[in-house]
Design a protein around this ligand. Structure first.
Ligand code: ATP
Ligand code: MG
Length: 607
């Protein structure tokens, strides 16, 4: 491509709306432009990279035996009603009506559509297993679109869905996808980890994420270098402490803590460290809750009215909901963080997790939030994290405004609670696989593979006849890749202060050809034109900077754009029959004979 004929501008300044480096560089290099919040246009250089990513994905999917399809972006509501997701999916699902007032959705994912195809096409076990995939636009009305194409509303996904007769076949299909994904991300030269992941609301057996390691990543991953363990922090179990809880030594004592609501404020007021405190989070329970939670609703409802009358914090709507909802207390050590994914799986806890409203908390405890503790929480189910349960003589809220308790002991001052794993693992925790401590890394989820089971095939009645002629509901796997997100993730991992440094296999061009003083030197022009032809004829993709620009401008743009290999043609070099080469990561240039250009570059491409 001739840069003189390319109309897109690069930007010197960092756009202020871009928080992460990949977003900044994609805008500055002119790869993408924002059209609306979370909706982007891909411009020629960006699209070249995107197409290369797609090609690698397509090649490995084809190699794994998957069959490419193209499913519609607009899907009829009926299919979503049949699966139950018309009701389950929140505002992320973009619904629309056609001129006949019929309901449709803009597909955020395609389980329904593909299962509908499968139930119509697949009749016999002889047609199984099969894996259908597509590379296609998705729309999700994300709450917080951000980081450019990393978390967009409209984005391209490679999604694949496999159909199987039995669990062994599903497991084999899943493994084949893990292998294919591993090859793809290796070919893109990304530093990634395959991490165990939560199977979410869908349930199902196995689920792993492909996480590109980057400090800006939205996901926290627990990694143990000693034993190879890697899991999303959402899922990584925090093992109970191995040492027994110490015996109580201090007397129970009430302390006035005016205005001290946060752990830091309480620590300052009481004179302890956060590891000596517990925090008590009140969340919504389920009606058929664990323990006494469900049974105590009516008793608390009376409190609710009474308390609300005495304060001005509770509105009528809050009180109505306080009457309806049983509550659960989650107790954590002061320095630990609640893991919502773990908590919402506990019996009696509402899923998705919902924190109680201030009115609900006051109604249940008689105290405003900030002074809540597990002692004297009548009628509320209490789950304590293993680490909180291992404390003796701890500090907690007194369930009374402006007061805390110290010297509190499980068993002595309050009943033993239910034990649970409620917290995020932290750096230094023991690896669940047994080998050494965990460390926490940040990752960008670029792929997700998942043994779905029968959720959709059952709902949509996708069955085949087995060998004995019995009707069997098919098992499904689903496998996603964030195609557009990969471009951003690759930049997060490959850049410096001057710009992008693309890995060769996904760079928009292989080589940038930079002639100096092109407009004045017929010799430079002749050689550069010839090189442009020669390299292209050899299958090497060349970006030819034939603009009438100063060398500094050309070099800066080449570095911003991130093409890995740079060839400079100058009068001075040519006098010695030489060209100048520099890799984007190298500190200095080297000279080599002009006649050897094609072999020289070819030997350096890492495709
Ligand atoms: P996330 O937790 O990041 O929201 P998800 O679990 O919703 O991801 P899946 O439904 O498994 O994602 O989608 C498959 C892949 O699509 C993800 O692994 C991710 O790479 C990509 N993806 C998901 N949401 C977005 C988005 N808003 N913008 C860009 N890519 C996305
Ligand atoms: Mg999501």
């Amino acid at each position: 491509m001739l840069l003189s004929q390319y109309p897109i501008n690069t930007l010197k300044e960092t756009p202020s709306e871009a928080e992460v480096v990949s977003h900044q560089l994609m805008l500055r290099a002119g790869l993408i432009r924002r059209v609306a919040a979370g909706i982007y246009a891909w411009l020629p250089f960006g699209l070249r990279t995107l197409r290369k990513i797609e090609t690698i994905i397509r090649e490995e999917m084809d190699r794994a035996g998957a069959l490419e399809v193209l499913l519609p972006a607009i899907q009829p509501a009926e299919l979503w009603q049949e699966s139950g997701r018309w009701g389950e999916y929140g505002p992320e699902l973009q619904r629309l009506k056609d001129r006949h007032e019929r309901d449709f959705v803009v597909g955020p994912t395609h389980e329904e559509v593909i299962t509908d195809i499968a139930r119509r096409e697949l009749r016999s076990y002889r047609q199984l297993p099969v894996n259908f995939y597509q590379i296609q636009l998705k729309f999700r009305d994300e709450v917080r679109p951000r980081f450019g194409v990393m978390r967009a509303r409209e984005f391209i996904m490679k999604d694949a869905y496999s159909f199987h007769l039995d669990a062994a076949s599903l497991a084999a299909g899943y493994d084949a996808m893990r292998v294919a994904y591993t090859k793809m991300f290796q070919r893109m030269r990304l530093d990634f980890r395959v991490v165990q992941a939560d199977t979410g609301a869908i349930g199902g057996n196995a689920s792993e994420e492909f996480q590109v390691l980057a400090s800006s990543g939205e996901d926290a991953i627990a990694v143990s270098d000693a034993d190879g363990y890697a899991a999303n922090v959402e899922l990584a179990p925090a093992l109970p402490p191995t040492t027994p809880r110490p015996a109580p030594r201090e007397p129970l004592e009430r302390i006035a803590t005016p205005g001290a609501r946060t752990i830091e404020q309480v620590c300052a007021a009481v004179g302890v460290t956060p590891e000596r405190c517990v925090k008590t989070l009140i969340v919504a329970g389920t009606a058929a809750g664990a323990g006494g939670a469900g049974a105590t609703g009516p008793a608390r409802a009376a409190d609710a009215a009474g308390t609300a009358g005495a304060t001005d914090t509770a509105g009528a709507a809050d009180i109505a909901s306080a009457r309806a909802t049983p509550l659960v207390a989650l107790v954590l050590r002061g320095d630990h963080e609640l893991n919502a994914v773990k908590a919402q799986k506990l019996p009696g806890v509402a899923n998705p997790l919902r924190f109680a409203l201030p009115a609900e908390i006051e109604a249940a405890t008689g105290s405003p939030p900030g002074f809540i503790g597990p002692r004297g929480l009548a009628g509320v189910t209490i789950y304590a994290d293993h680490a909180a349960l291992a404390l003796a003589d701890f500090v907690c809220g007194a369930n009374e405004r402006d007061a805390h308790l110290r010297g509190v002991n499980w068993g002595r001052d309050l009943p033993e609670p239910l034990a649970a794993d409620l917290r995020n693992v932290i750096s230094g925790d023991p690896s669940p696989a047994g080998g050494g401590p965990l460390r926490i890394a940040r990752g960008i989820e670029v792929g997700h593979i998942f043994q779905l089971g029968r959720k959709y095939s059952e709902a949509l009645k996708a069955t085949v006849l087995d060998e004995a002629g019995n009707s069997v509901t098919m098992l499904m796997g689903c496998y996603g890749i964030g195609v557009t997100r990969i471009a951003a993730a690759a930049i997060e991992q490959n850049h410096d202060e001057r710009g992008i440094i693309w890995p060769d296999p996904i760079a928009p061009f292989h080589v940038v050809l930079v002639p100096l003083n092109l407009q004045k030197s017929p010799q430079v022009r002749a050689v550069a034109d010839a090189l442009y032809q020669e390299l292209q004829a050899a299958g090497i993709e060349v970006l030819y900077d034939d603009r009438d620009e100063r060398p500094g401008v050309k070099f800066a743009d080449a570095e911003l754009l991130g093409v890995g290999h740079r060839l400079v043609v100058s009068e001075r070099g040519l006098a010695a029959g030489a060209l100048e080469y520099r890799h984007r990561r190298a500190g200095a240039s080297e000279q080599f004979p002009r006649a050897a250009a094609v072999e020289f570059i070819r030997a350096r491409l890492q495709l």
